[in-house]
Design a protein around this ligand. Sequence first.
Ligand code: NDP
Length: 618
Amino acid sequence: MPLTPSDCPHVTREQIDVLHARYLEERDRRIKKDHNDQYVETSGKWAKIYEEDPYNPVIPRKAITGETDVVILGAGYCGMMVATELKKAGFTDFYNVDHGGDFGGTWYWNRYPGIQCDNDALCYMPLLEETGYMPSKKFCDGYEIQNHCRIIAETFDLYPHALFHTLIKELRWDPEINRWHVGTNRGDDIKARFVVLAMGPLNKPKLPGIPGIDSFKGKLFHTARWDYDYTGGEWRNPVLSKLKDKKVAIVGTGATAVQVVPYLGKYAKQVYVIQRTPSSVDARDNRPTDPEWYNSQKPGWQEERIRNFHHAAMERLAPGEPDMIQDIWTEISRNVAAELEAEGWPETTPEEYAARREVVDYRVMERLRQRCEEIVDDPNTAEALKPYYRFLCKRPCSNDDYYPTFNRPNVELIDVAATQGVERMTEKGFVANGKEYEIDCMIFASGYEVTNDLDRRWGIDRIEGRDGLSIYDYWREGFQTFQGMMAHNFPNMFFTGFTQAGANATNSKTFIDQGRHIGYIASEALKRGAVTVEPTQEAQDAYIRHLRSVAVDNSEFVNECTPSYFNNEGDQTKKRFIFGEPWGEGYYAFEDMIAAWRNEGELAGLELTSDPQLQAAE
Ligand code: NDP
C-alpha cells in the first residue's frame, strides 16, 4: 500500500532544529581531510580488479586499423541509446567499444547476489515500447536487466557493431585526416570520423584507502566483479554455499551492500558489516507487473511515466498531477503535493516550496529511523544503523531483508564512523576500534570513481584534441562545453551524461535525447559536406554564461550533507557534483531548448569545415 503523509511522525520546529544540529555533527565527524584522495585507484597492482572479466573469456581477434564513421565508447545504457539514435539518423558504420563482454555496462559487470535495480523498471528500462518488453516486476533483478539490454541490441541490430573486451586507451585528433585515432588495449588504431564518449559516471570501481590493505593474505574482491567460484552459487541462483565455513567482512553500507548483506548473512559462517555511514532503508514493496494493466497502456505511456517520475523525484508535482510511481523516490513530493492540495494549491515561490519540502524531509527521515528501530532487536545496533542526514544526501535504499539480517547471531555491525573508516588491515583480517578481526574474505562494496579527476575516472591515458590539447587539462577546473555535448578544440567529439546539460531522473531518457541530438549534428555536418564540426569559442562562452545565469544554487543543501560521491566527499573547494552543472530551468526546458535549436536548422554556434580535396573534386 502506498504511504500517506500520516505515516510519517509529526516533527516540531524545535525537533527539526535539534535534528539539523545532529545532521551537521554526523557530517563533520565523517569528513576526511583527504576527501577523494582517501580512495585507492584500481590501477597498478589493483588493475586486475577493474580490467579482468571474471565472467567471460576474452576471445583473441586481429587489431583493427581501418576507418569508421563513429566510435561510441561504451555499450551500456548510454552507448546503446546513442547507437540506436545514430542508426535512426542514418549511420550504419560505427562501433560500440566496451570493456565488458556483452551489452549492459554496469548491468554486465555487477552480478553480486541480490542485485536489483532500485528504480521503477517501467521508467528505468529503456525502449520498452519499441522492444515490446514487459518488466517482470517493479524492481527488476540484474540479470533481467542485462537480458533486456541484449533484447535491445538484437532489436536494433547492434551486435555487428560491438567491439567487446576492448579498453580505449587513446583518443587523438589527427588534423591530417580529420579523424580521431582510437587506440585500444587490443592494438587497434581505428580512424573514426566522430567519437562519442558514453561510458557512464560509475564504471570504475575504487577501493577504500585502508592502511595495510595490501598486507591481507586472504581472499579479496570488489562487488563489481563478484567471485562466485569462491562464494559458490551463480548470478541467477546466488546460493553462496562455499561460504558456510567462512568468516567474511564487507566494507561499505551503500546501495550495493544493502542488497548483498542479506545473502552473506544467510550463507556465511560469520559476517562483519563494516559501516562508516548508514544508508536509509525503506520497505521494498516489490510487486509483479500486471500484464492486463501493461497491455492497456496507450502509445507514449513510457515517456509520460518518465516525465511524471522526473517531476516527482527531481522537480515538483503540478496541481492535479498524480504520482504514478508511488515509491521512496517520490514520497516527499507526493506528501508536499498532498499538503498543497489540502490548502487549495496556493501560489508558492521556489523558496516556499523548498521550505515545505525540508519539513517533509525531516518527517520522512524520522519515519525511516523509526522503521530501523522497530526491526532491529539490539538497541545499540539499531541506533548505529539510523541515518542522520537529509533524504537525498545519499542514495535512498529499500530492502526487506537488510535490517532483519542484523538480528542473526552470525552477523555483527562494526561501526567505524569514529575512526572515519577501518583502522587498518593485517595479514589475517582487519582492525576496527582497536580490535583485530580474523577473516577469510574481505568484500569491498566501496563504490566507484565519480567525482575524481577525469583522467583517473575514465582510465583513458590520452584524449587530445587540436594541437595536442588534453581534455583533462582543458576541463581540470570544470566542464567547458556547448550544450553539454561538444567542446571547442575537440572537433567531431561528443560527450554524454552529466556535463553541462539537462539531467533527467531516468538516465536512459537523458541518453536517448543526447543520442538524438548528436545524431542530428553529425548527420547534418556530413550532409553539408563538412569534415569537421566544432563549437566556436564565442558560442561556447555564451552557452556557459547562460547556463550559469539560470543555475540553481543548491550548495547549502549539498554542503550540509554527510560526505559521499554526491558531494565530492565533502570537499567544498572543488565544485564537482555527480550531475555536473545541470540546466537550472529543468530537464524538459533543456530538451525544448535543444529541440528548438535543431528545428532552426542553422547549426548555430557550430563551425563546419569541409575537405578542400572534396570541394576541388566537385
Ligand atoms: P557507494 O559509493 O554508495 O558506497 C560505498 C560505501 O563504502 C559507503 O558505505 C562508504 O562509506 C564505504 N566506505 C568507503 N571507504 C570506506 C572505509 N575506508 N571504511 C569503511 N567504509 C568505507 O557505493 P555502492 O556500490 O553502494 O553504490 C554506488 C552507486 O551505484 C549507488 O549510489 C547507485 O547509484 C548505484 N547502484 C545502483 C543500484 C540500483 O538499484 N540501480 C544498486 C546498487 C548501486 P561512506 O558512506 O561513509 O563514505
